[in-house]
Design a protein around this ligand. Structure first.
Ligand code: SF4
Ligand code: SF4
Length: 78
């Protein structure tokens, strides 16, 4: 299985939870702290991301970048 990871721009995130609902791995959750705009933000809560890109595609604020690790190198997917 391809492994992946995501980087979420916490200060862009509005905490809408669309990415959390879209993740088939249940890899994402809302933070317990807030960002500069007063929103709880999405964050990776499990190390089981497959790099499927669903979360990045549904984010209305383009706050998520997905990275995949097919073999030895990590390549930017979105
Ligand atoms: S890339 Fe896919 S598996 Fe990884 S956090 Fe986003 S929706 Fe979940
Ligand atoms: S979809 Fe985007 S704005 Fe909404 S919680 Fe996820 S990262 Fe934040």
């Amino acid at each position: 299985m391809i492994r992946g990871t995501v980087v979420i721009e916490r200060d862009i995130c509005k905490g809408c939870e669309l990415c959390i609902a879209a993740c088939p791995q249940e890899s994402l959750g809302l933070s317990s702290s807030i960002n500069i705009n007063g929103y709880r933000f999405a964050e990776l809560i499990q190390d089981n991301c497959t790099g499927c890109v669903n979360c990045a595609l549904v984010c209305p604020d383009v706050a998520i970048t997905v990275y995949r690790q097919p073999k030895s190198a990590i390549k930017k997917a979105v």
